[in-house]
Design a protein around this ligand. Structure first.
Ligand SMILES: Nc1ncnc2c1ncn2[C@@H]1O[C@H](COP(=O)(O)OP(=O)(O)O)[C@@H](O)[C@H]1O
Ligand SMILES: [Mg+2]
Length: 427
């Protein structure tokens, strides 16, 4: 306990070698909708996280950047593109060339996330890149569009904000605020577990974020420490809407897609009988347990998925107080009809949160329990060196355009409407 690990890899290797040897070799991947599972054979567990290896190598990246440069310098080849570029409307549009690539921050199923810098705004951003061919091959087009739509729609203190979305022939790009505090995954495993005050603060901000999504008819479906980031002050930011779903009416509708991450997912997602917003509250319960005890109560689901795992009575780890455990049990109630969360007030009013001022919390007026160490703007010190030490070939800033929206429409592009610019960010 309390050991400082030099990297997440060391940390996880140590954790697994002490406790559950089998889990080192077992995958803990996102579950892909059943019909699509066969396409995800290439996945491999990296450092205990759910990161399928389906991404570009650095060489491919370099090749692509060169292709982009060729494309952008051949304006004359396509008069329509040229006209669009010169039009007033298009000048306000943003492309890959507006961003200098600094570092790799993380890798996921269909692309990667890079730290980028915009010279004009003198600002760092995170750029999520998704490869269109992988997305199409794995039938993830709908999820990707949904992710982009949600990010655009939502503007909330504890949810990642989309500044720009654009695309070229091969990739989709989403530009969000850079969260220099790093992943909750990193902090949790550096600390082994959190004390109750710290866990309460994070869970309370997460609870507000989930409720805000639900109020906007959005199911989140992928709550886990890797998708919770910290800003420079230590407030949480929910990211990754790749598995989220926009419902017509979240209070009435059910959905059926089997997706999520086994140790956090609610059991009714796996049975295929339909589920609703209560799946997110189950995951909040798992997270609270993990924050306090340092491990997931359903960690067996890492090696085998069996509904019995989720049915068993939870064991109260000595690090978990009675009040916290009571709330965890209410979140992780197998019988959905008895689970807490139908009314948000029931969660807010639980004794575990009795000292939380929800109004102040939402306004970010409560000082976070921990301020991440950030040495300078663009510091990646809170991210795993496994990613940040990888070499990235940066693009030179180039005022010419790569692909414009009119070309996109004219080429029967599947991602019409993907491009997005947040006006407020152009101050
Ligand atoms: N805005 C951001 N600021 C800093 N890091 C980010 C940001 N967005 C994503 N990341 C990093 O990239 C990782 C993968 O991003 P995510 O959106 O979760 O993609 P995936 O769908 O591939 O899991 C995150 O776990 C985090 O480490
Ligand atoms: Mg993720």
């Amino acid at each position: 306990m309390g050991t400082i690990f030099s990297s997440i890899k060391d940390c996880l290797n140590k954790m697994f070698s002490q406790s559950d040897n089998k889990s080192i070799n077992k995958d803990e991947f996102n579950i892909i909708p059943q019909s699509e599972e066969k396409n995800i054979k290439n996945t491999k567990n990296i450092n205990g996280k759910s990161i399928p290896l389906l991404t570009l190598s650095d060489d491919e990246d370099k090749k692509e950047i060169n292709n982009n440069k060729k494309l952008s310098s051949s304006k004359g080849d396509n008069e329509k593109e040229k006209d669009a570029y010169q039009s007033k409307e298009f000048k306000s549009k943003v492309t890959l060339n507006d961003f200098q690539i600094i570092k790799l921050l993380g890798k996921g199923a269909f692309g990667k996330v890079l730290l980028v810098y915009n010279e004009e705004l003198k600002k760092y951003f995170a750029m999520k890149t998704l490869r269109k061919d992988y997305i199409k091959k794995n039938q993830q087009t709908k999820h990707t569009k949904e992710e982009r739509k949600i990010l655009e729609k939502i503007d909330y203190p504890f949810i990642s904000k989309l500044y720009y979305a654009f695309q070229n022939e091969k990739k989709l790009f989403m530009i969000t605020e850079y969260m220099p505090g790093g992943e909750m995954f990193y902090h949790l495993h550096m600390n082994d577990h959190f004390n109750e005050n710290k866990a309460r603060f994070y869970i309370a901000e997460i609870v507000l974020a989930i409720d805000h999504l639900h109020k906007n008819n959005i199911l989140y479906r992928d709550l886990k420490p890797e998708n919770i980031l910290l800003d420079e002050l230590g407030h949480i930011k929910l990211t990754d809407f790749g598995l989220s779903k926009i419902m017509n009416n979240i209070e009435k509708d059910r959905t059926y897609t089997v997706c999520g991450t086994p140790i956090y997912v609610a059991p009714e997602v796996l049975t295929g009988q339909g589920y609703n917003k209560l799946v997110d509250w189950w995951s909040v319960g798992v997270l609270l347990y993990e924050f306090l005890a340092g491990y997931s109560p359903y960690r067996e689901a890492r090696t085998k998925i069996d509904i019995k795992i989720y049915k068993k009575n939870l064991v109260q780890d000595p690090l978990i107080s009675d009040t916290a455990f009571d709330l965890i049990k209410k979140f992780c109630t197998f019988d959905v009809s008895k689970r807490i969360g139908k009314n948000f007030e029931d969660i807010k009013n639980h004794a575990f949160f009795k000292d939380i001022d929800w109004v102040k919390l939402e306004k970010k007026e409560i000082t976070p329990p921990y301020k991440p160490k950030i040495r300078f703007a663009g510091d990646v010190g809170n991210f795993d060196t496994m990613f940040t030490d990888m070499s990235i070939h940066s693009t030179k800033r180039n005022k010419e355009v790569l692909v414009n929206s009119s070309t996109i429409k004219n080429t029967k592009n599947t991602y019409v409407g993907f491009t997005y610019i947040d006006d407020k960010s152009k101050k």
